[in-house]
Ligand binder design. Structure first.
Ligand SMILES: *Cc1c(COP(=O)(O)O)cnc(C)c1O
Ligand code: SF4
Length: 317
């Protein structure tokens, strides 16, 4: 984390790109560039269209205001039970564990989330843990963020222990991009702790492009699999990054070969600054239809969008 790239200038210099031609310093002011070495190493130098670069480079398009795009497109402010605890769907709650991430994805719908309100120590979570304990209908707790694996192991262990003590919680789900962006975060002790937790543990990864899955990531995935942790992946359909059948097919094939099931392919959430990533739903549907002809059924993700007030993520059929 300490060695990560934090400025447009340094990243462009490293990749041999001209920052005034390809990037925007103004866009980085709102939501800073942040990308760690293991991720940047997978970017092809000198290629401004590299699909991994496009996910992290602040660009002038972000500063445009586009009708239909807003700061809270999912109306999460309304779904917040108490700071850091969200319940939108029946029987499962989402705990925002930290505002921090190991990468800043330019399309992220949480880029304007009020993270300052988020608890970040075990005592701050006690209210949320009590609320979960008092509601026996909740059988799954999702640790999200930010990225929950940004917590240090001791804090994460305390949190997971507290959740594990609630008998009606059968499943613990962790939404994280860290094993993809800094695979060395998947240490033996982390894997041991997750594998030993009393609830069934499900790790939902976030990779958008096959180039994100290099040998180091594969080794991290192997470590998670060996602890019998269930692995799923979610991706976001992104213009210029993965908006082709060939690319999505290659991503899904690589994932299933690693033992990861492609879970969701998300329609972009309409957050300010991300409009240039949007792919039309008709185009998205065509991609999924073609995937179905090329891949086994289990390797095809469900194409979904999130609509405020809806009882689930909504499949785009
Ligand atoms: C996405 C999400 C979930 C999980 O939904 P699944 O369809 O079960 O993956 C739960 N809570 C919130 C607030 C979410 O945004
Ligand atoms: S890792 Fe996830 S939460 Fe963090 S910036 Fe990327 S998409 Fe957003």
């Amino acid at each position: 984390m300490r060695a990560a790239f934090r400025t447009v200038e340094r990243l462009c210099e490293h990749l041999g790109l001209n920052p005034s031609e390809h990037a925007s310093i103004a866009a980085a002011r709102d939501f800073p560039l942040f990308a760690p070495w293991p991720y940047v190493r997978r970017i092809r130098p000198g290629d401004p269209a590299d699909p991994l670069l496009l996910q992290i480079l602040p660009v002038p398009d972000e500063t445009k205001s586009v009708p239909g795009f807003s700061d809270d497109p999912l109306a999460e402010t309304a779904a917040t039970m108490r700071p850091g605890l969200l319940q939108k769907y029946d029987r499962r709650v989402l705990l925002v564990t930290t505002g921090a991430c190991a990468i800043h994805c330019r399309y992220c719908f949480r880029r304007s989330f009020p993270y300052a309100d988020v608890p970040n120590s075990i005592s701050d979570w006690q209210d949320s843990i009590d609320a979960i304990a008092e509601d026996p209908s909740i059988d799954e707790v999702i640790l999200s963020g930010g990225d929950p694996l940004m917590l240090v192991d001791s804090t994460l262990t305390q949190l997971i222990d507290a959740i594990s003590q609630i008998e009606h919680v059968s499943r613990l789900r962790i939404h994280t991009r860290l094993p993809i962006v800094i695979p060395s975060r998947v240490t033996d002790s982390l894997v041991g702790m997750l594998g030993d937790a009393r609830p069934q543990t499900i790790v939902v990864l976030h990779a958008n492009h096959p180039d994100e899955l290099d040998t180091e990531v594969e080794q991290a995935i192997d470590r998670l699999s060996s602890a019998r942790i269930n692995l799923l992946n979610q991706s976001v359909l992104l213009r210029g990054v993965n908006d082709s059948v060939q690319c999505m097919e290659s991503l899904c094939r690589k994932l299933v070969n690693l033992g990861i099931l492609p879970y969701y392919m998300h329609q972009l959430d309409r957050v300010n600054g991300a409009a240039h990533f949007e792919v039309g739903k008709d185009e998205g549907r065509k991609i999924v239809e073609s995937l179905r002809e090329r891949l086994p059924g289990y390797a095809v993700p469900t194409y979904v969008e999130e609509l405020p007030g809806h009882a689930s993520k909504k499949p785009i059929a």
